[in-house]
Ligand binder design. Structure first.
Ligand code: PEP
Length: 256
């Protein structure tokens, strides 16, 4: 991966035809930008992405994956299916999945292991709630999530892991973490990876921030040390705003 990474999480919003329209508007605004760009879409939109994003600089991925290999798991989609349709990545452990679908760390660990078998990058979302932050639990929460979600993984497998620090209280709320809070969390993540693996692994792992990042606030986060980019929710639904955010991040004049 390049140093600069932007991933859009479009959540359960666009239909397949709306996704095609989004891509047609978005790609011309971001092609040639020096940044790894991906969008994570609902399963029903993956086929459209496969066709419409062919030969572009925008990758696509899913927002979830089954923890199981294959078989009698009605309604599930496995890593093999995602790889076959061209997914390069999936989100795992997003806080909305933890909250509404009771996902826990051991299940997320199984999902990551399934993805590894098919060379799919897992974008592992971690982060504390407001209550946990107020109680001074941020470090413990982040470290526990990392320890349990990465349990049993070898160092070389971290190449297929991106860690997204997403404090729950900043997601979809318009309330971003401060640069200082993000930098502290990124340091905690890298320290824990160094403790679990090596300094080299800690230096190399890709770490993103997510939580209400927008074109008009992204400049506040550009210079955060050791941060590789952003996971963007709401804004990634709007081709113009999302492309503006990326242009600002990579330091290009914004094309109106
Ligand atoms: C997200 O859902 O991963 C996210 C970062 O959302 P938003 O940018 O809307 O806060």
């Amino acid at each position: 991966m390049l140093n600069k990474v932007i991933i859009g999480n479009q959540k359960m919003n666009l239909t397949a035809s709306q996704t095609r329209k989004f891509i047609n508007a978005f790609v011309p605004m971001v092609e040639h930008l020096n940044c790894d760009i991906a969008i994570c879409v609902p399963y029903t939109n993956l086929a459209v992405c496969k066709r419409a994003l062919k030969d572009t600089n925008v990758a696509f991925g899913a927002q979830n994956v089954s923890e199981f290999e294959k078989g009698a798991y009605t309604g599930e989609i496995n890593s093999e299916m995602l790889a076959d349709i061209g997914c390069k990545l999936t989100l795992v452990g997003h806080s909305e999945r933890r909250k509404y679908f009771s996902e826990h760390n051991s299940e997320i660990n199984s999902k990551i292991k399934q993805n590894l078998k098919y060379n799919i990058t897992s974008v592992l979302c971690i982060g504390e709630s407001k209550r946990e932050r107020t109680a001074g639990q941020t470090r413990n929460v982040i470290c526990k999530q990392l320890d349990e979600c990465l349990s049993g993984l070898y160092e070389n497998e971290l190449e297929n892991i991106v860690v997204a620090y997403e404090p729950i209280w900043a997601i979809g709320t318009g309330q971003t973490a401060t640069g200082k809070q993000i930098e502290e969390a990124v340091n905690i993540i890298r320290e824990e990876i160094a403790r679990l693996y090596t300094d080299k692994a800690s230096k190399n792992i890709v770490v993103l921030y997510g939580g209400s990042v927008k074109p008009d606030n992204v400049k506040n986060f550009i210079n955060i040390k050791n941060l590789n980019g952003f996971l963007v929710g709401g804004v990634s639904l709007d081709a113009k705003a999302f492309s503006e955010l990326i242009q600002i991040y990579v330091g290009k004049p914004v094309k109106k």
